[in-house]
Design a protein. Structure first.
Length: 145
């Protein structure tokens, strides 16, 4: 009977492990070092605030309302939790190196057109055709003759 209990526990642990690995929040926690640091900072600050609020002989409510160090630690804990929440909610950005390269090429092309008159003329000629040069001569004179 002990073997079946051990086997059942191992199966259950394997199921929990599989479910945890498929959970996107657990995946983010595993992969995102900044998220882990935010959670650790929040825990440390909350632990310090709790220790100070309960260890000074005052009631926890009085410590929270009057002790500035407790308030500071609670604020830091809240800020760290806020950052962790934001990191969890943001989709992980995929690196689009090709998109960045194309954007850089477009910016480089625009800069080349702005700086170089020859490049501007070549692009305008390609788009609208070469300019025809002509001379204008008036058929009338100033005096009306």
């Amino acid at each position: 009977m002990a073997k079946s209990k051990t086997s059942h526990t191992a199966d259950r642990a394997g199921d929990l492990y599989g479910a945890a690995r498929e959970n996107p929040y657990v995946q983010r926690l595993i992969e995102d070092e900044d998220l882990r640091e935010n959670l650790q900072d929040a825990f440390k600050s909350a632990k310090k605030a709790y220790g100070r609020a309960t260890g000074n002989g005052k009631s926890p409510v009085k410590a929270l309302t009057s002790d500035t160090k407790v308030q500071k630690e609670m604020r830091q804990a809240a800020e760290a939790l806020q950052e962790a929440r934001e990191r969890l909610q943001k989709p992980k950005k995929k690196k689009h190196r090709l998109g960045k390269l194309i954007l850089l090429a477009i910016i480089g092309g625009v800069v080349a057109l702005v700086v170089s008159e020859g490049a501007r003329k070549a692009v305008l000629d390609a788009l609208f055709g070469a300019e025809e040069e002509f001379e204008y001569t008036s058929s009338s004179s100033i005096n009306g003759s």
